[in-house]
Ligand binder design. Structure first.
Ligand code: AMP
Length: 394
């Protein structure tokens, strides 16, 4: 059993809270505080219940402790702004000074620790490092869904040092939504997948061939599957190492007839070339062109399938949505899903780029659920255990 935050008596206790504050920072300012805001209900509950709060997170992939551009200091400032209260900050997450700051905390106060990944021990799930982290709390609460598929010291190792441990509201909400989908989705269930990388999504497709009513593929990853089908994709991106797995997937889906690939694509000679776009039927992509967005026929047929669905899981943009020349596929389907959601469709969005696209089109609050963890939601939806959740079993 994994305990939830509300089951703990937090009065005068020190809570070590792991969050995912891996947010974009530019010029010492947080550019997008979505992930910070998502943790506020958990933080407020801890403070209102009389707890002392120690918060830990990673930020980016620092090469060393000296990589101050990846300090969590600006994140602390953004969090202090959100909560309208001062926050104590330690420039090292496991130093004696940091432990002393924790010891001096009063109920209702917050102590933010410096970037966990300034220590290699974090990603190596080092025992001594996790023991030092554990000294920061009486109770361990994990609310970092974005890293729940990783076995690191701050989410898996540290949990072994606590008898009182559980999940925060953000993870609870994610699990409720995603496991509802896993156990009894309202059908028809459609999986819409895009983005550039197919390697992270192969297992998801494989798992859902047996589950989903329709799997609609767009984005760069479609071209690997098109090549698996023997279609010439010109200069479009293809992951050669996955073409054979693609053949297996396509064969597996033949019986089910539930895997759909784009019918047409918007192409250009290069990704930076906005001057000369052409739409081609999927079997007629010229050798010197690369596919950068789904075309109008694909948008039409995918929209129809979405209208017929009762649940949709979407991960990955349909094209290079960052450019106004290649945003149309992602934008059209996002708008369509938003409208269908108003009419009862359950829409579950995952992945950082899907979230950025929805934000770009001002649709992020029009979906039923916007997951904070791309990799973690993919693993969970693929039917795999999340090690950080497993580590909280009591
Ligand atoms: P991923 O991390 O795999 O979800 O990929 C997200 C990225 O895929 C976004 O930055 C998109 O610009 C990119 N992308 C989507 N479609 C294409 C495409 N047809 N060719 C190249 N990149 C693409």
């Amino acid at each position: 059993m994994v305990k939830t935050l509300k089951t703990f008596d937090l009065k005068n206790k020190t809570v070590l809270l792991r969050v995912d504050y891996n947010v974009p920072v530019d010029n010492d300012k947080v550019v997008d505080d979505f992930r910070i805001k998502q943790t506020l209900p958990t933080i407020k509950h801890c403070l209102d219940s009389g707890a002392k709060l120690v918060i830990s997170s990673h930020l980016g992939r620092p090469k060393s402790k000296k990589d101050r551009s990846l300090s969590l200091m600006p994140v602390g400032e953004a969090l202090a702004d959100c909560l309208e209260m001062p926050i104590k900050f330690s420039s090292d997450c496991v130093s004696e000074d940091a432990h002393n700051v924790t010891l001096g905390l009063k109920p209702g106060e917050i102590h933010l620790l410096e970037n966990l990944r300034f220590y290699d021990e974090e990603v190596n799930n080092d025992y001594d490092f996790s023991a030092k982290l554990a000294k920061h709390g009486d109770i361990f609460i994990n609310d970092a869904f974005g890293t729940a598929h990783r076995s690191h010291a701050s989410n898996v190792g540290v949990a072994n040092h606590f008898s009182r441990k559980g999940i925060g509201f953000l993870i609870e909400n994610e699990l409720n939504f995603l496991s509802k989908i896993l156990s009894k989705p309202a059908r028809p269930l459609t999986l819409l997948l895009g983005g550039a990388k197919i390697d992270t999504k192969i297992d998801l497709i494989d798992h859902y061939i047996g589950i989903a009513d329709k799997i609609l593929i767009g984005g760069g990853m479609a071209f690997t599957l098109l090549e698996s089908r023997g279609i010439n994709v010109g200069k479009s991106i293809v992951d050669k190492s996955k073409v054979l797995s693609g053949v297996e997937l396509i064969n597996k889906a033949k019986l089910k007839k539930n895997l759909f690939l784009p019918k047409d694509v918007v192409c250009a000679k290069s990704i930076d070339d906005g001057s000369d776009q052409n739409i081609y039927d999927i079997t007629k992509i010229p050798d010197d062109q690369m596919g950068l967005d789904i075309g109008p026929k694909t948008i039409e047929s995918y929209s129809k399938y979405i209208s017929e669905s009762n649940t949709i899981i979407w991960n990955g943009p349909m094209g290079v949505f960052e450019s106004s020349f290649y945003e149309n596929g992602t934008k059209s389907l996002a708008n369509h899903i938003a409208t269908c959601t108003q009419n009862g469709l359950i829409s579950i969005m995952g992945g950082g780029d899907t979230a950025s696209a929805l934000r770009k089109f001002n649709l992020e609050d029009k979906m039923s659920h916007l997951s904070t963890g791309g990799g973690a939601s993919i693993e969970l939806l693929s039917g795999k255990n999340l090690p950080a959740i497993f580590a909280l079993e009591v």
